[in-house]
Design a protein around this ligand. Structure first.
Ligand code: SF4
Length: 404
C-alpha cells in the first residue's frame, strides 16, 4: 500500500466500490474486523451503562463544543497567549503543506535526523512522515498499533486501533520480518502470544525513547485558560515520547481546544468509556509550556487548520468539529465492518455527532436541525473575503516563528 497522502486523501487508494469488492471477499479481514469491533462495542455498552447520566454528559459535551466553536478565534488566541507565557512557541498552519514545512524546519533546526512520534493520527492527515523523509528525517511511530502499521508499510484502518485489521499471527510475521530494518530486531522464536508481542515492541521501542532528542505528538485536548495540552492513552508510550526528548513538537487540529479545565472534565469522562470502554484511561499526560527541571527544553505547538475553518463555515459540516475521535461510531458501522477499513464510505454521512455518541453517527445523532447562532452562521469567521484559509488573524500568529 502507498502511505503518502495529499489533501487528506490517501494516495494510491482505490475507489470505494473497487476497494469494497476486494475487502468483502477477504474472509480473514472481515473476521478480524468483526471480532475486534464486536468486542469493543460490547465492552463499551457495559461501561456506558454504569453511568446514569450518560445522556446528560453527552449533551454537556456537545454544548461545550458548540460554544467553543462559536468563539473559536477567541479561545485559540487565549491558548496561544498561555502557551507562549509558559515558554512554548505557537505556529499556525493553514494547510498540510504549511504544517509539514513548519515541522520539518523545526526538526532540521535541532540538528537531529531522527524523531519519535506518538498520538499522531493528525500527522497521517497531513502526510508528515513522507515530508520528513523527503528532508532526510526518519520518523519512528511508538504507539504499538501505529508501529505495526509502519512496519507493515500499511495504512491505519481505525482511528483508535489503527492496526485493527491485523490479527496476532500477522503481527508476529511483521515483527519478525521488519523490526530489524528500523532498530532492534524481534527476539528469536517470537510467538503470536500477546505478551510476547508486547515485550518485543517494548524492547524495540525502549532504545528509541532513550535515544530520541525530538518527539512529535498530537493531542486529544488543549485547555485554553492555561495553555495545557492533554494526551490520553493506554500504553504509556505517549508519556515516554512526551517527556524524554529535548524538543517536543505537537501538531493539533484547531478544533481540539476547550475553554477551561471544568470543560475538560466532561470529555475525560466521555472519551475513555466511549473509546476503550474504560472508566478511566491508564495514562493521562498534561503539559504546559516548558520547565527547567523536567521534560522537554523546547516546546512547539503547531495549530492545524487544513479545512477546519471551511467546515466551521458549513452549517451542516461543522458538526464534524465536535468529534472527539472516540471511534464508537466505527465499531457499529455495518459498512465499515463488511467493506473494510481505510476506505471512504460511499454513504459518507458519518461526519459529526454528539461527542461519544457511539452507534448513531450521521444525521441520526447530528444536530443538522439546530439553528446556528448569528456568529457561527458567518461564512467563515476567520477568513477575509478573497484570502486563503487560515485559522486566525495573521496578527495573532507568533512573530517569532520563521516558518509561518
Ligand atoms: S463521530 Fe461521535 S462516535 Fe464517532 S468518533 Fe466522533 S465523537 Fe466518537
Amino acid at each position: 500500500m502507498v502511505s503518502g497522502r495529499a489533501g487528506g486523501v490517501p494516495l494510491g487508494m482505490p475507489a470505494f466500490p473497487r476497494a469494497a469488492e476486494a475487502a468483502t471477499g477477504d474472509a480473514r479481514l472481515r473476521a478480524n474486523l468483526r471480532h475486534a469491533t464486536h468486542t469493543i462495542r460490547d465492552k463499551r455498552a457495559r461501561a456506558v451503562a454504569e453511568l446514569p447520566d450518560w445522556a446528560e454528559l453527552r449533551a454537556a459535551g456537545a454544548a461545550v463544543k458548540d460554544r467553543t466553536l462559536r468563539h473559536l478565534d477567541h479561545y485559540l488566541e487565549r491558548l496561544e497567549r498561555e502557551v507562549t507565557a509558559a515558554g512554548g512557541q505557537v505556529h499556525w498552519a493553514a494547510d498540510a503543506a504549511e504544517a509539514n514545512r513548519i515541522v520539518t524546519g523545526l526538526v532540521l533546526a535541532t540538528g537531529e535526523r531522527e524523531v519519535v512520534k506518538v498520538k499522531s493520527m493528525v500527522t497521517q492527515e497531513i502526510g508528515l512522515n513522507a515530508a520528513l523523509a523527503e528532508a532526510g528525517i526518519r520518523a519512528d511511530e511508538t504507539d504499538l498499533a501505529e508501529l505495526i502499521v509502519q512496519l507493515g508499510d500499511d495504512l491505519p484502518s481505525h482511528i483508535l486501533v489503527p492496526a485493527i485489521h491485523r490479527n496476532r499471527g500477522e503481527i508476529r510475521d511483521i515483527f519478525r520480518a521488519r523490526m530489524g530494518d528500523r532498530g532492534r530486531p524481534a527476539p528469536e522464536g517470537l510467538t503470536d502470544d500477546p505478551a510476547d508481542l508486547a515485550e518485543a515492541a517494548r524492547l524495540h521501542l525502549r532504545t528509541k525513547f532513550l535515544d530520541a532528542k525530538v518527539g512529535i505528538s498530537g493531542a486529544n485536548f488543549m485547555v485554553a485558560e492555561t495553555g495545557t495540552l492533554v494526551v490520553v492513552e493506554s500504553e504509556g508510550n505517549g508519556r515516554m515520547c512526551l517527556t524524554l526528548p529535548e524538543t517536543l513538537i505537537s501538531v493539533v487540529g484547531i478544533e481540539k481546544v476547550v475553554p477551561t479545565w471544568r470543560d475538560l472534565e466532561i470529555f475525560l469522562q466521555l472519551l475513555p468509556r466511549s473509546s476503550t470502554a474504560e472508566r478511566m484511561n491508564p495514562y493521562t499526560s498534561m503539559w504546559t509550556g516548558t520547565s527547567d527541571d523536567d521534560g522537554p527544553r523546547a516546546f512547539h505547538l503547531v495549530l492545524l487548520d487544513n479545512g477546519r475553518s471551511d467546515a466551521l463555515a458549513d452549517t451542516v459540516g461543522r458538526q464534524a468539529l465536535r468529534c472527539i475521535r472516540c471511534s464508537a461510531c466505527l465499531n457499529v458501522c455495518p459498512v465499515y465492518e463488511r467493506a473494510g477499513p481505510g476506505r471512504p464510505c460511499a454513504r459518507g454521512r458519518c461526519r459529526g455527532s454528539l461527542p461519544g455518541s457511539g452507534g448513531s453517527p450521521g444525521p441520526g445523532c447530528g444536530t443538522a436541525d439546530r439553528r446556528p447562532t448569528a456568529r457561527s452562521a458567518r461564512p467563515d469567521p476567520f477568513r477575509p473575503p478573497g484570502s486563503r484559509p487560515r485559522p486566525a488573524p495573521r496578527s495573532a500568529r507568533s512573530p517569532a516563528s520563521p516558518w509561518t
